[in-house]
Design a protein around this ligand. Structure first.
Ligand code: ATP
Ligand code: MG
Ligand code: MG
Ligand code: MG
Length: 468
């Protein structure tokens, strides 16, 4: 099943269950200073859940483009994480509750009319005190006790305000992805075997100022399922990157870079990171964000530079990311018209930013040559820590690159000194960081979505962060 069919089926299924479709909103939050990016389906619907607006229909379904920067270190390494992804969600604003949410999720996943997943592969997690959810999964759905895992973490709580337990659905990808003898190999553990596909949040309590919890008069449902993950299961492939959402991008990258996918681990990581970041760039620029030195723009700048550096690792030394705009727009055109409509503009922005970064790198090379001369003049056999750090911070030189070039001149690099400078930089960034006051939804992601420390605290135009 193609990804666009999964998206369509999801919307159709919940329309049949009386939901109205809410169109995918911009990645840039509206009227919500607590959030840097829309990072889940519910993030765009806060207006209904906090009572600012009453929806015409309390049953809502959406496919929402989302960006999460907190997962960036996982991108390219795990099978399932992206910076840009789509969340499919159904929502009840004070209407139906736990029983319908669970029964419909199960029906959508397992009915041959819809996704037709093998029910025996599905495991669920619940909160240990959520007897109601246990009862529904065990009695009504008939999942054996052995596949219902109780986890203390399955509770979302923002301090004061609505809160409640959640229940997550995992797909068991089988032995080849992990052995049950590994203590982390369970649904919700650190493993690649049990793939979390869907999170059902049951907002049922009010967390009172005195710390007590009382039932909410209007209980809400908020769910989120990752489209790319479900596609990987239905297309029976090893990672999200092997689905039809990514393969055309990766194949095109292979052609351009003259490499193969699936032969070498490092090459694959580079291809995955590039494919991931290019989607984020296309969609974020399509929603009006431009690369810059702060906030969202800085996230884009950093993603672009990472992607360029990975391209360089595979031998690419000219602007090339912009050439993927059309492919991304095409893959996503079934539901998202913006990238098609704005593709010339998007490509131009990416091209300009790539060109500028390549110039910065070239400047850094000249500076490094001067440093080499100075070292020779002074009879040193190392590039100092502060020098290496300047190249890294101002010109985007990863330490390995500095080392490679230094060694060509018979010089070493002072690693300890470099690390000390990095640590000082982190401390400065931490001090400069403004805490984001965010609402905790979808298992806590909104509060997790902080701007990683290396994103902020920079004043200079050309400062840059680590690449890999
Ligand atoms: P994980 O534990 O795998 O990092 P999560 O628990 O952080 O996922 P939720 O906040 O519960 O994710 O989001 C709901 C759903 O959205 C997840 O079950 C998953 O299918 C999808 N999802 C979340 N983060 C990502 C991501 N970075 N890339 C792709 N899909 C994601
Ligand atoms: Mg996560
Ligand atoms: Mg999780
Ligand atoms: Mg989750």
């Amino acid at each position: 099943m193609k990804a666009y069919e999964i998206r369509r089926k999801f919307l159709e299924f919940f329309v049949e269950k009386g939901h109205d479709i809410e169109p995918s909103a911009s990645l840039v939050p509206v009227d919500d200073p607590s959030l840097l990016w829309i990072n889940s389906g519910v993030a765009t619907l806060k207006k209904y859940f906090d009572g600012r607006l009453t929806p015409e229909n309390p049953r809502i379904v959406n496919a929402q483009k989302s960006i999460r920067t907190n997962d960036i270190e996982n991108v390219g390494y795990t099978a399932r994480h992206h910076t840009f992804f789509e969340m499919l969600g159904n929502f009840s604003v004070g209407d139906y509750f736990k029983e319908e949410a669970i029964i419909w999720a199960w029906e959508f996943l397992t009915s041959p009319k819809w996704l037709g997943l093998n029910p025996e592969r599905l495991h669920v997690t619940i909160h240990p005190k959520d007897d109601e959810a246990y009862h529904i999964w065990y009695e009504k759905i008939g999942i054996p006790e052995s596949r219902i895992v109780k986890l203390e973490d399955n509770f979302w709580d923002i301090g004061e305000g609505p809160s409640g337990p959640n229940s997550e659905i995992f797909y068991d990808r089988g032995e080849e992805f992990g052995s049950l003898s590994d203590p982390e190999c369970y649904p919700g553990g650190e493993n690649e075997r049990f793939l979390e596909i869907w999170n059902l949040v049951f907002s049922q309590f009010n967390h009172n100022p005195d710390g007590s919890y009382t039932p909410l008069p209007n209980k809400n449902i908020d769910t989120g399922m990752g489209l790319e993950r479900v596609a990987s299961v239905l297309q029976n492939v090893q990672t999200n990157y092997d689905t039809d959402l990514f393969q055309p991008i990766i194949q095109e990258a292979c052609r351009k870079l003259n490499v193969s996918y699936g032969k070498d681990k490092e090459t694959d990581i580079a291809l995955k990171v590039m494919a991931d970041h290019i989607r984020t760039l296309v969609f974020a620029i399509g929603d009006g964000v431009l690369p810059s030195n702060e906030g969202r723009g800085y996230v884009l700048r950093r993603l672009l530079r990472r992607a360029v550096r990975y391209g360089q690792k595979l031998g690419m030394n000219r602007p090339f990311l912009y050439e993927f705009t059309d492919i991304v727009a095409e893959i996503m055109s079934d539901y998202y018209p913006e990238p098609i409509d704005k593709k010339e503009f998007i490509a131009k922005v990416i091209y300009g930013e790539e060109e500028r970064f390549l110039e910065t790198l070239a400047d850094g090379l000249r500076i490094l040559e001067e440093m080499v001369h100075l070292a020779e003049e002074e009879g040193r056999n190392t590039i100092t820590g502060p020098e290496a750090f300047k190249l890294y911070d101002t010109y985007g030189f990863p330490i390995e690159l500095t080392e490679d070039i230094a060694s060509e001149h018979g010089l070493a690099v002072d690693h300890v000194g470099f690390d000390q400078e990095m640590e000082l930089q982190r401390k400065r960034a931490r001090a400069a960081r403004q805490d984001v006051d965010s609402m905790k939804v979808q298992g806590g992601v909104l509060t997790e979505l902080e701007v990683p420390s290396e994103f902020v605290g920079y004043e200079n135009l050309e400062k840059q962060t680590e690449i890999s």
